[in-house]
Each structure stands twice: as C-alpha cells, then as structure tokens.
Design a protein around this ligand. Structure first.
Ligand code: MG
Length: 167
C-alpha cells in the first residue's frame, strides 16, 4: 500500500499599497492609528488587512481580495476590512484549510508602527482565529527612497501559512 500523504502546509503572499490622503482615517490591521493623514481607498483602505487577506486566499489558491470583494459592488464601499478578512478565512476553512501563522511587514516612513504592534496583533487574531503570539507584525522605512520615501503612501507585505484540516 502506498504511504498516506501527510497533511500539507501551504504558504501565500499578499501585497498592498495605498496613497495617503487628508481627511481619511489611518486604519492598519483593524486599528485606528492617530495620524494627520489617512489612507485613500474604496473600502476603509486598511492595507495590512488587505495584504493578509490576499496571503490567506493565496495559500489556499482561492483567488484574491479584488475578486472576492469587487470595487464595483457598492456593499464594499468604506467596508470594514477586518470583516473581509474574516470572510476570506471562512472561505478557506470551508475548503478544509485553517490559518496557522501570519508574518506582516509594513513599509512606511511614518507613522511609527511599533507602539501599535500589540493592538494590531490583537485585532487580527480575532479575524484569523489565531492567538496574537502567532501573528508577527514588523515595520520598516524605505530609507527615504521612491514614493514611500517621499511619504506618498505606504505598502504592506504579508505571508500566511495554512494547514490542511485533518478532522
Ligand atoms: Mg487595498
């Protein structure tokens, strides 16, 4: 008899960027961060939640955030991105996968993310059904280079690992 295939862990990557805009809230990973500028976007422009959502969907080969929540659908206007992340997690759960880890890097000249790290881990933990200690949140500047360096906006890269449900 051939050996049974072991449960498989799979990894997805997500990337997002948003332009800074006056008069908008700055929401990252579900946390509203005090700032003189916010982020422009169709939804609440939470670049962290969007990158993590794409990473989760990518790990399960379930498409991407734009396909699941199209801009053309009025219901997605100013939508809470943590809710979108929760729905993406539900989708991959229904395909027999669950999230086991996420690693996130925010790239921005400002604001400083460090003081908000624990709050972001806590907020994402609910949507991902993980404990905060299973979510890594890192940040760096772009050393003053390019559009991020000029403070035009920020970017986020996220990796999510999912495992097959054996139950
Ligand atoms: Mg986005």
């Amino acid at each position: 008899m051939p050996p049974e295939r072991p449960p498989i862990a799979r990894t997805g990557i997500g990337y997002d960027s948003h332009r800074f805009a006056a008069g908008r809230a700055l929401i990252l990973g579900g946390v509203t961060i005090p700032s003189d500028v916010g982020l422009e976007g169709h939804s609440d422009a939470d670049a962290v939640a969007h990158a993590v959502t794409d990473a989760v969907l990518g790990a399960a080969c379930e498409g991407d955030i734009g396909t699941m929540f199209p801009d053309s659908d009025a219901v997605n206007r100013n939508r809470d991105s943590l809710e979108m992340l929760s729905l993406a997690v539900e989708r991959i759960n229904s395909k027999g996968f669950f999230v086991v880890h996420a690693d996130i890097t925010v790239i921005a000249e400002r604001p400083r993310i460090g003081p908000h790290r624990a709050a972001i881990q806590e907020a994402l933990s609910g949507a991902l059904s993980l404990s905060p200690s299973e979510i890594s949140v890192k940040a760096k500047t772009n050393e003053g280079m390019g559009w991020i360096g000029r403070g035009e906006g920020l970017a986020c890269i996220a990796v999510a690992t999912v495992a097959e449900s054996t139950g």
